[in-house]
Design a protein around this ligand. Structure first.
Ligand code: UVW
Length: 354
């Protein structure tokens, strides 16, 4: 297929893995990188890098996202719950002994520990050169064309009638699932150096931390940033205190040009953090320049321009402590998202093995 853009955005690498590529820099996680990850396994100890998926709790942290609601599947108009505990086949044949539960879950795919797909954030940009901006994503895939909107008529039950179902299209999270997402993880412990107060981490601060901890990032590494945010959130037991959270945790400074260039030049495969956006989001009213700009410049740089997947709200605290105690920063990371066609994100239960 020929290129679907005339203009690529400034600072982008569209076409780096071919014009039809939908996997971006995860292409750098090659069989060799999987072997490098496996070589980091010396103790056989695993760490769960996910929050319980009903954390943060409620919708205060992000009003667009709903916590998991779990329903029993109905049969003959009745749910297992109405019958007591679970289904029994005894109504078919009194001699049958099996009892059965089935669940249905309704949740925002990016409610808790998550992957953002490359269809999550794009930009209003004139990729086709007709002088008019269109909503466009990595490698020029367009909203409403290759990226298909979720359906609005899903109505399996009154519980999810208001929420649309994903329909397969370009850049869905299944592209990442098909890759497997296994390779070498590298943890940068921002919280150890900066504490848990809110601060934007730019190029200089990050380089100082890498040097202090003797960390080298190599092409194809999956880079995890420990800020302590998820640990603070977890301790709130599903009742997030926004005043405290808004003052908690560092995040990358998406306005620092040198940092954005470094992210691309070092050829890392993806960026992961235990905070909600990897970058520190500047509140609307505080932004200094009333210019045409992205609200989330790191999202724009990574997801839209350079095909770098983002992982958010991961739980990295125990892993960070163990790695520091053992003088290490590298581990085997296994983190496949759901193979859910067309979805713009996915819950994930990643595993670090050391
Ligand atoms: C937005 O809120 C747009 O995204 P994220 O969850 O990736 O920070």
């Amino acid at each position: 297929m020929s290129r679907r853009w005339v203009h690529a955005p400034e600072g982008s690498h569209w076409g780096e893995f071919g014009p039809d590529d939908q996997r971006g820099r995860m292409n750098l996680v090659t069989p060799e990188k999987v072997l490098q990850g496996i070589a980091e396994v010396r103790h056989g100890r695993s760490f769960c890098l996910s929050l319980p998926l009903d954390v943060p709790g409620g919708q205060a942290m992000n009003p667009r996202r709903i916590a998991p609601r779990r329903y029993a599947v109905t049969r003959d108009g009745r749910s297992a719950g109405q019958q007591g505990f679970c289904w029994s086949y005894a109504s078919e044949d009194p001699e049958l002994t099996d009892v059965v539960n089935d669940d249905l879950v309704l949740m925002s795919l990016q409610y808790s520990t998550q992957w953002d797909s490359l269809a999550h954030v794009g930009s209003r940009f004139d990729a086709d050169g007709d002088g008019i901006d269109e909503a466009v994503f990595y490698n020029g895939f367009r909203a409403g064309a290759e990226i298909r909107p979720a359906r609005e008529d899903a109505a399996a039950s009154e519980a999810h009638a208001r929420y649309p179902e994903p329909v397969a299209g370009a850049l869905g999270i299944e592209r990442l699932a098909e890759h497997g997402v296994q390779g070498r993880g590298v943890l940068i412990d921002l919280a150890h150096h900066l504490g848990r107060t809110r601060q934007a981490v730019g190029y200089d601060a990050l380089m100082r931390i890498l040097e202090a901890d003797r960390i080298t990032i190599e092409p194809g590494d999956m880079v995890c940033l420990h800020t302590g945010f998820a640990d603070t959130l977890l301790a709130m037991n599903r009742q997030p205190d926004l005043d405290v959270l808004h003052a908690t945790g560092s995040g990358l400074d998406g306005h620092d040009r040198r940092l954005l260039d470094w992210i691309v030049d070092v050829r890392l495969a993806c960026l992961i953090a235990d905070n909600p956006a990897v970058e520190l989001v500047v509140p609307k009213l505080q932004h200094p320049q009333p210019l045409r700009r992205p609200r989330l410049p790191l999202h724009e740089h990574c997801l839209f321009k350079n095909g770098i997947h983002l992982g958010e709200l991961w739980y990295l605290t125990e892993l960070a402590g163990w790695l520091r105690a053992h003088g290490r920063s590298r581990f085997l990371l296994t983190a496949p998202p759901l193979r859910l066609p067309g979805a713009v994100g996915s819950p994930v239960t990643p595993i670090a093995t050391v």
